[in-house]
Write a protein that binds this ligand. Structure first.
Ligand SMILES: Cc1ncc(COP(=O)(O)O)c(C=O)c1O
Length: 363
C-alpha cells in the first residue's frame, strides 16, 4: 500500500508563512488578500433557513431535497439562461470535494490524461492524481494530440486570472470534446461575479447548442452567498453523467447535511443578497485596483471574479515580499502554474476597513 498523499504536490500555502509573519508585524496589522475566503456576514435569509432546519435527526438524501433541486434549476434559468431538469441537479459538499473526486467518480483510469488550464486552481491537478491519471495543464487542446483524454476542465471566470472565456471559445471546447467523447467539466463558481464581462455557462444554449450531452457545470455558493463555511455546492448538466455521479456518491456517503440543503435552497431562491454582495466587492475592487496601478502594478484580465491578477514585472515572490513589507499579503502567481511566475493574485475579499488600509499603504 502506498500513501496516496505521496502522489500529491506539497501544500503550497506553507511557503507563504514567512511572508505572513512579515505582514503581521505591520504596526497597523496585516491586510490578508491572499485567499478568496468571504468576510461578510452570511445573509439573514440563509441563516434563518439553516436554523429552521436544525432539527434534522434523519439522514439527508444524497440527491438533495426536491425544493433544493428546483431552487437550483430556478436560479440557473433566472440568472444564467440555462434550462435543466431539477433531477439533473446534485448537491455537493462545497465544490472542492467534487473537483478533487470527479475524475475518480467518472471512472478516469490510471494512464488517462485530465486536462485543465495552464494557470489554474490547484485542485484540478490533485483530482487527476487521486485517480492515478496524468494531469495536463494546457490552454491549447490541439496540443493534446490524438490519445484519449476523458476529462477536460474549464474555469470561467478563472481563478487566478479573472479571465472570462467568450462563448465562441467555449463552443470550440465543446465541439472538440464531443468529437472525441471527452467530458467537459466547467467550474463556474465565480459566474455571478462578472464586472467588465458577463460570464456565460457551458450549459447555455449559445455554447452547447441546446444539448448538455457530455457536459457538467460545477457551482458553489461559497463566494456568491458567503457560504464557504457551510460547504455548499452542486453539479448539473448531462442527466446521464449526473445519475452516474449520484449512484457512486450514494454508496460513498457524499451527502450534504439537511440544514445546509435548506440554507442552500433559501440562498438560491433569493437574488437580493447576491446583489448586495456584488456591490460590496465592486466597491472594494474599484478602490484597490487604481491604488495598485498607481503603485506600479499592471492589472491583467480580472474582468470577473474575486481577484486582481497583477504584475510589476518582477518575480512573483519578490512582489509578495514587497507587499508583505507594507503589511499586505497576496498569493504568488506560481501557485497556479509556472506561467504565473511574474504575477501575484490579489483577492478583494477583505473588509472595507482592511481594503482602505491597503489603499493607504500603497500610496
Ligand atoms: C476555481 C475554484 N473552484 C472551486 C473552488 C472551491 O470552492 P468551494 O469548495 O468553497 O465550493 C474554489 C475556491 O476557491 C475555486 O477558486
Amino acid at each position: 500500500m502506498s500513501a496516496p498523499s505521496r502522489a500529491l504536490p506539497d501544500f503550497p500555502w506553507d511557503r507563504l508563512a514567512p511572508y505572513k509573519r512579515t505582514a503581521q508585524a505591520h504596526p497597523d496589522g496585516i491586510v490578508d488578500l491572499s485567499v478568496g475566503t468571504p468576510v461578510d456576514p452570511v445573509p439573514t435569509v440563509v441563516r434563518e433557513a439553516l436554523a429552521a432546519a436544525s432539527d434534522s435527526p434523519g439522514y439527508p438524501t444524497t440527491h438533495g431535497t426536491a425544493e433544493l433541486r428546483e431552487a437550483a434549476a430556478g436560479w440557473l434559468r433566472r440568472r444564467l439562461g440555462v434550462h435543466v431538469d431539477p433531477a439533473a441537479v446534485l448537491p455537493t459538499i462545497g465544490s472542492k470535494e467534487l473537483v478533487a473526486w470527479l475524475p475518480t467518480l467518472l471512472g478516469v483510469r490510471p494512464g488517462d490524461r485530465v486536462a485543465f488550464p495552464e494557470l489554474a486552481y490547484p485542485t484540478y491537478d490533485v483530482g487527476a492524481r487521486l485517480a492515478g491519471a496524468t494531469p495536463v495543464a494546457t490552454d491549447g487542446l490541439l496540443a493534446l494530440g490524438p490519445e484519449r483524454v476523458p476529462l477536460v476542465w474549464v474555469n470561467s471566470p478563472s481563478n487566478p486570472t479573472g479571465r472570462v472565456l467568450p462563448p465562441e471559445h467555449l463552443r470550440k471546447v465543446v465541439a472538440w470534446a464531443r468529437e472525441r467523447g471527452a467530458v467537459v467539466a466547467s467550474d463556474e463558481c465565480y459566474i455571478e461575479l462578472g464586472w467588465e464581462e458577463r460570464p456565460i455557462s457551458i450549459l447555455h444554449p449559445d455554447v452547447c447548442g441546446g444539448s448538455h450531452e457530455g457536459l457538467l457545470a460545477v457551482h458553489s455558493l461559497s463566494k456568491r452567498s458567503n457560504l464557504a463555511g457551510y460547504r455548499a455546492g452542486f453539479v448539473t448538466g448531462d442527466p446521464r453523467l449526473v445519475r452516474e455521479l449520484l449512484e457512486v456518491r450514494k454508496h460513498a456517503g457524499m451527502m450534504v447535511p439537511a440544514p445546509v440543503q435548506a440554507a442552500m435552497t433559501a440562498a438560491l431562491r433569493d437574488d437580493a443578497h447576491l446583489e448586495e454582495q456584488r456591490a460590496r466587492y465592486a466597491a472594494r475592487r474599484a478602490r484597490l485596483r487604481p491604488a495598485l496601478e498607481r503603485a506600479g502594478w499592471r492589472i491583467e484580465h480580472s474582468e470577473a471574479g474575486l481577484y486582481l491578477w497583477a504584475t510589476n514585472g518582477a518575480d512573483c515572490w519578490e512582489q509578495v515580499r514587497d507587499l508583505a513589507e507594507k503589511g499586505i499579503l497576496v498569493a504568488p502567481g506560481d501557485f497556479y502554474g509556472p506561467a504565473g511566475r511574474k504575477h501575484v493574485r490579489i483577492a478583494v475579499t477583505a473588509t472595507d476597513e482592511r481594503i482602505d488600509a491597503a489603499v493607504s499603504r500603497l500610496q
